[in-house]
Write a protein of this length. Structure first.
Length: 371
């Protein structure tokens, strides 16, 4: 974790049983969610792979093949790896972008392949904020709500994070515009929508957290006020492409602070969901590494979210098939997302349906290759 925190540690996912694939199985039923007609109620969780051309941020045929295989396998909603909205949004070498003509053309090959297999794919749009270094961020200091340096090293570059530059009101306006433009570019590239990366301690989440946001203007203050940027980005993206094509991810997880948890999870979740509703969102993706972890009142993160949210909820976090089926049946979640098992098994859905053993995810073995 210390060396490369976004690359979450491998967990031994070895206890997968054969699923009920009879009429009572919800996981494999087709579903209409937002604007999307999905093959199944499964989703591929967004996973940074760093296979784009490092200079241009353009993805190639290898990336197209990788996503196409998952669509052919029957994944319902493919959420792409994080794709940066501007050069300064980049925090790892080899991360793709969605702000140049060439990048849009590169993504067209990916979306065409997925659609040829009957799949659905959305782009996760991302800005890492202070979790970067000027060598990655176009020779400029990284941007953040306040000039507070994060502890730790930039993944893969292995240099300490730079002290970021505090964003001005003009910078913030520009950033909101970059997210909206990236969403329009995603649609032009053939994506079926976007997921806004508002989680894991990256830029949007840096505004949400009092550890990284000490602003005294309208973007700072209590949690509801710190969520102002989240709301503005959401509104701008929804205005650009519609709420039925827009998903937002959020979390208490932070790559630069693995021990972080909201002081009062129930109240934090109520405040987040109020902000999402106010901005017009209808689909949300609460992110945790452990779906079954109880946060408050005997409830897990997704159960707490369901208390306050009638719309679409995507579940994630070391999910196994039985837990996913149960959460779908209870109505806690509408889609079940899988990350690491889908990274190491291009035919994960097939294996799950048929109770076949899975190739266990191993960061050392699987991160360097696209299977
Ligand atoms: C290699 C790797 C890269 C990841 N990259 C991203 C990312 O770009 N954006 C994001 O929101 N989450 C990212 N995550 C987190 C996953 O989306 C997911 O939430 C996490 O792996 C838990 O799901 P799992 O237990 O099914 O793997 C990444 C995880 C891994 C293992």
């Amino acid at each position: 974790m210390a060396e490369d925190k976004e690359i979450f540690e491998a967990t031994g996912i070895s206890t997968w049983g054969k699923l009920q694939d009879g009429p009572e199985s919800k996981l494999f039923e087709p579903a209409k969610v937002g604007a999307w007609s999905l093959q199944t109620r499964t989703a591929m969780a967004p996973m940074t792979r760093c296979f784009a051309n490092d200079k241009t941020g353009v993805v190639g045929e290898d990336v197209a093949r990788y996503y196409r295989k998952r669509a052919a396998d029957g994944v319902g909603l493919i959420i792409s790896e994080g794709i940066v909205v501007s050069p300064r949004g980049k925090g790892n070498p080899g991360v793709p972008g969605l702000y140049t003509r060439e990048q849009i053309e590169g993504w067209k090959k990916v979306t065409e392949g997925v659609h040829a297999e009957g799949g659905t794919i959305i782009a996760q749009i991302w800005h890492v904020g202070r979790l970067s270094h000027h060598e990655l961020a176009g020779d400029l200091p990284p941007q953040a709500p306040s000039a507070i340096r994060a502890e730790g090293n930039v993944a893969r570059l292995r240099k300490p994070y730079d002290t970021p530059e505090e964003m001005t009101l003009t910078d913030i306006q520009e950033l909101v515009g970059q997210f909206a433009q990236a969403a329009r570019n995603a649609i032009e590239a053939g994506f079926d929508g976007v997921e806004i990366h508002g989680a894991h301690g990256y830029l949007i989440d840096q505004f949400n957290s009092d550890a990284s946001n000490r602003r005294t203007d309208r973007y700072g203050g209590d949690l509801a006020q710190r969520l102002t940027l989240t709301k503005e980005v959401l509104k701008a993206v929804i205005d650009a492409i519609g709420s039925d094509r827009t998903l937002i991810r959020f979390s208490a997880l932070k790559v630069d602070d693995p021990n972080y948890m909201w002081p009062d999870p129930d109240s934090a979740i109520r405040t987040f969901t109020e902000a999402f509703r106010e901005a017009g969102a209808t689909m949300i993706h609460p992110s945790t590494m452990q779906f079954t972890r109880v946060l408050a009142d005997g409830k897990t993160m997704h159960q707490l979210v369901r208390k306050y949210w009638d719309g679409v909820i995507v579940g994630v976090g070391t999910l196994d098939s039985q837990t996913a089926e149960q959460a779908l049946a209870e109505g806690t979640i509408d889609l079940a997302a899988f990350g690491r098992p889908l990274l190491s098994n291009p035919d994960f859905i097939h294996r799950l349906k048929n109770g076949e053993p899975l190739e266990e995810y191993d960061a050392k073995q699987h991160l360097g290759v696209l299977v």
